[in-house]
Design a protein around this ligand. Sequence first.
Ligand code: EPZ
Length: 419
Amino acid sequence: MDKIVIEGGTPLSGQISISGAKNSALKLMVACLLSDEPLELTNMPNLRDTRFLGHLLENFGVEVTDGVGRLTLHAKTLSSTTAPYDLVRKMRASFNVLGPVLARAHKAKVSLPGGCAIGARPVDLHLNALKAMGANIELSEGYVIASAKGGLKGADITFPFISVGATEHAMLAAVLAKGETTLNNAAREPEIVDLANCLQAMGAKINGAGRSEITIEGVEKLGGAKFAVVPDRIEAGTYALAAATVGGAVRLVNVRSDHLGSLWPLIAQAGAKVTMDEDSVLVERHGTPIRPVDVETQAYPGFPTDLQAQFMAMMCLADGVSIIRENIFENRFMHCPELSRMGANITVSGREAIIRGVPKLKGAQVMATDLRASASLIAAGLAAEGTTEVGRVYHLDRGFEQIEVKLGNCGARIKRVKE
Ligand code: EPZ
């Protein structure tokens, strides 16, 4: 298994181009199931998760043509309506095929995804939305067996709390339902807007994406489209935080700075300088101490849970005590014991972590526990004295395109070692 080896202590200096967003690309790929015409996605990140979803889609008879930064998906006919356990368990986002297959074929059988490292992550909101649209849903032997005789019907759906996945899933199903669907208390993440824009390019009628109330007027058929994936705000935030943590100056390009409105003031409060121009963001910290900043995760436009671990890595080196509260997932502090192995002083109590900043971190052997946790260990390793080895890097490969190359181009002493 590969590991990442880092020699810490060198400031970062250079430019990083941000890739297309994993969490948008995965839902856009699923959208191909709604049409018998090709969907061409550009600005596509090349990630383990996107490649894996490509295989899952092939299982449904989708013709997948891969190019550099480009992916064409053609679901001319659906040769299967089943997503087996082995394919869904490896990646939760696979579950989102249920709605589109059901909408197009009026039946689908998809394995329940099960829990994952960051918590139980149920799918009740997804299933309730489909039921509201007239789907008949049975759970049997770990599978969701869904049918909708005559097709799905528009419905008025109110989510009891905000869910990105359930909002996207309901949208993916509603575009081919008969009549109007209203989604209340919908998620407002940029990935929702990206999916809505892509579906609209395919001929869907969607209003209000990016707001709490989304209305969708079902259409009979969707066509093909060519669509560019939005830049990854989490990847951008990760490199911005790495620059602020390690020190130096990193310019981010191909970035949507407006998608990180909650991050910039916090990075500035922590002592880094953020300069934005039309299409890039420069993050610098030259010797000024890192100041402690309290943060809590929230649905968009609040501070993203997917940047919580990376922010914590920075707070480990702050000049005082900070509190980080995780409101979205119940078990997203697995990076804390790993950061502690490097000398961090962190106490976790329920949903809160108290971080008492230390003057230095020391390199150590650590283990990636999930995708974003891995990125926090890399930033900590780059800031630490000595050598850090990050194991289980397959987590990292799920969602960061060429992280060691991008950081290496900024002077980081980082390499991948095959074992
Ligand atoms: C998406 O997960 C992202 N994944 C996550 O990114 C991200 O952390 C999360 O949104 C929040 O922004 C993808 O887009 C593939 P939710 P999702 O439904 O859709 C609970 C990463 O590292 N819930 O908004 O699964 C759930 O357990 C990943 O890239 C239910 O109880 O997140 C969680 O506590 C990790 N029932 C909360 O809602 C449901 O039916 C919010 O989850 C659905 C969700």
